[in-house]
Design a protein around this ligand. Structure first.
Ligand code: ZN
Length: 107
């Protein structure tokens, strides 16, 4: 006598309704703007003490990466000026990111 295994019921998922309303904001898993400094260039930067130094600057975020010996630069005076506005712009972008995140957490 054959053993009956079953019954086999195929469970068909019901129609998918609209997602439940989101009362709770999802945790913010976004990352702050980040830069790996893909392209850098040696620039002439004025330090706060007024002394000019040669420094590599990231052309994306404007960060000053590394000081370079002045005597290793062929023509120090011909170096392009360090781009402060670029660095400021990136900084405000990062500030804005955190401000938005605080605002989202407070709402
Ligand atoms: Zn960078």
């Amino acid at each position: 006598m054959a053993e009956v295994v079953g019954p086999f019921v195929l469970r068909v998922p019901g129609p998918v309704g609209p997602p439940p309303p989101r009362h709770v904001p999802l945790p913010d898993t976004s990352d702050p703007p980040r830069c790996d400094h893909p392209r850098t260039e040696v620039r002439r930067m004025r330090q706060s003490n007024g002394v000019f130094v040669a420094r590599t600057q990231c052309l994306t975020c404007g960060a000053g990466i590394q000081n370079v010996r002045k005597d290793s630069v062929p023509d120090f005076d011909a170096l392009p000026a360090f781009d402060e506005p670029l660095r400021e712009a990136w900084r405000s972008r990062v500030d804005r990111y955190y401000a938005d995140r605080r605002a989202a957490a407070a709402s």
